[in-house]
Design a protein around this ligand. Sequence first.
Ligand SMILES: [Mg+2]
Length: 248
Amino acid sequence: MTVASTAAGGVMKSRFGTVKGVLFDIDDTLVDLEYSMTTALREVSEHLLPGLDQAGWERFGRIFTHETTHYYDQYLAGELTFNEQRLLRGRAALGHFGIELADGEESHQWLTAYIQKQPSYVKPFPDVLPLLDVLDRAGIPYGAVSNNVHDYQRAKLDGAGLDRVTHLVGTDTLGVAKPNPAIYLEGVRLLGTEASQTLYIGDNLLLDAEGSTSAGLLGVWLNRTAETAADFSGTAVSTLDELVPLFE
Ligand SMILES: [Mg+2]
């Protein structure tokens, strides 16, 4: 992507038109959730799978983070609690390698250990702080809109050193989740901008780039892992570094 921009009093002229605010997805956009999950998963599961090699642990992590997201959808639909979906995903990953977690104490211990460990591994991606720095310098307000509940995400951002992201919309803010247009528009309202002048940046093609664009924002797909998407005709970047020139 090549962009030319001029900064003037918190208003950016760019290939997007005028940009007066920026909203981010959180998980795997601002913070490396996958790293925190897979690191904690291995730590709390290693005693159950003592002989598993590196490729096995990568497979284990992938089942939890990518192949069992239907349980997260059930959580969003109110059919499971957040921790129930975590346990089901863990059981699926363990089950793939022939380990059955017993109901009751064994499951409780595994889940409790994971809940304790995982937050300590949450950290921002290296390209996040440089972009927030240029936004601060340019006087561009920013915030986050996430498909998890506000207080959990607030603690996650703060724990990752991102307390400067003060504007935050969660699924319990209005009682709707992405891609419902209302959740992106609540973020716009908090920034005090117009949807058509607000970037929305996230790693999920459907929920972030396309959902925000449908709500009238300037959607940007953050494709960190070089996924292919033949039908996608919107704006994509591979790193947040590509957005920095917009605001310098
Ligand atoms: Mg995400």
